[in-house]
Design a protein around this ligand. Structure first.
Ligand code: MRU
Length: 358
């Protein structure tokens, strides 16, 4: 069932037209101020879109990379091209495992085929990855719903805090952390979402935008507010997304997630990560030591972007050049702080993930 709407019209965050070989995606660098669809006709445009975060969110960058390989196969379906483009796309962002997962799936599907059959097969496989993402996220939402329902039986309004954007723009449709919220809305459960701003790139703006578009009550908060709200009984549960999760249940997600998990633990508030199976990295032994944490440009911290008095998108300097800046993009929340991992197969205690996916 298609779900997400912008001004009443359904959109997927990425769509491909195999007849024209055009990939269309929402340019997330323009949200929430402008809804702009961009087109890619060459794989290098997908490479830039992932690197510059026009497409972002772990599941979506995997799907985008798959379509990027399909564009590359349209140009030249040789082994050299397959290997080169796969490596180039994989190098765009290091932390979310979905990127490598999707490229590996595409490559192992295409490699054994005759060169003349690769182009059509690449478009079919990329589309299958996109369609599976929608089904996985819908299933995650179905498994989240009873957790929300259980709280709704005791309270008038369920207050959920989320960090970053793990909604539909970060996936093809539904979102991961927000999928259950949309399903609770369909089930007429009264809820309200606390939306962390998530500096430095403020992905919380995307979350506020999509919740507003879908008519879900929400409040945008500065990143430092969550702990205080938890201490005062204003948060019933936390649901976040993930970029890479170990079988032990350690959750790598957007920077700041760990602090929210600590505050939730201290206040006895359930903390859930919504995790599609392609986000699980079975090779990880020590998530804290082994995951490459993306270090992004200092300008993201030093500057801030928004609309000026004339409604023009503008960038302002906050911090003078003399002070150095550090900008790690992700952190790891240890499994002991995670109440449960919500997957398409059901909810597992963090330590039991291996039972479902090992
Ligand atoms: O840097 P981003 O915006 O790509 O980071 C996104 C996140 O950390 C999300 O929480 C995660 O990818 C899950 S999206 C369903």
């Amino acid at each position: 069932m298609p779900r997400m709407k912008v001004q009443g019209q359904h959109h997927r965050s990425i769509e491909a037209d195999p007849s024209t070989r055009i990939v269309r995606f929402i340019d997330q660098t323009r949200l929430p101020h402008a809804f702009v669809l961009s087109e890619a006709t060459h794989w290098t445009q997908i490479e830039s879109a992932i690197r510059d975060m026009a497409v972002r969110g772990a599941p979506l960058i995997g799907v985008a990379a798959a379509f990027g390989l399909a564009l590359a196969m349209t140009e030249d379906a040789s082994d050299d091209q397959l290997n080169l483009v796969s490596q180039r796309l994989n190098a765009t962002r290091p932390t979310a495992v979905n990127l490598a997962w999707a490229l590996e799936r595409m490559t192992s599907h295409l490699q054994p085929l005759l060169i003349e059959n690769r182009q059509a097969a690449a478009w079919r496989e990329a589309q299958a990855i996109a369609d599976e993402d929608v089904a996985i996220n819908e299933a995650i939402g179905r498994h989240t719903l009873p957790l929300i329902q259980a709280i709704a039986q005791k309270k008038d309004v369920v207050n959920i805090l989320t960090h970053c954007n793990a909604g539909w723009p970060a996936t093809v449709d539904w979102g991961t952390a927000l999928s259950g919220i949309y399903q609770a809305q369909l089930a007429n459960i009264r809820l309200h979402v606390w939306v962390d701003e998530t500096r430095p790139r403020s992905q919380g703006l995307l979350t506020a935008w999509e919740l507003r578009e879908q008519g879900v009550p929400h409040t945008f908060i500065a990143d430092n507010a969550g702990g205080h709200l938890m201490q005062h009984g204003q948060v019933d549960m936390v649901i976040v997304g993930a970029d890479r999760v170990s079988l032990k249940g350690d959750v790598c997600n957007k920077i700041g997630t760990y602090l929210k998990a600590l505050a939730a633990f201290d206040n006895g508030i359930p903390f859930y990560a919504a995790v599609p199976s392609p986000t699980i990295d079975r090779t990880l032994r020590d998530a804290l030591g082994e995951i490459e944490i993306e270090e992004r440009a200092g300008s993201e911290v030093r500057r801030i972007q928004g609309l000026d008095a004339d409604g023009q998108l503008t960038s302002l300097q906050l911090l003078p050049e003399g002070s150095p800046v550090s900008n790690p993009g992700f952190d790891v929340t240890p499994a002991r702080l995670v109440t449960g991992i919500i997957t398409e197969k059901g909810v597992a205690a963090a330590g039991e993930l291996a039972r479902l996916f090992g």
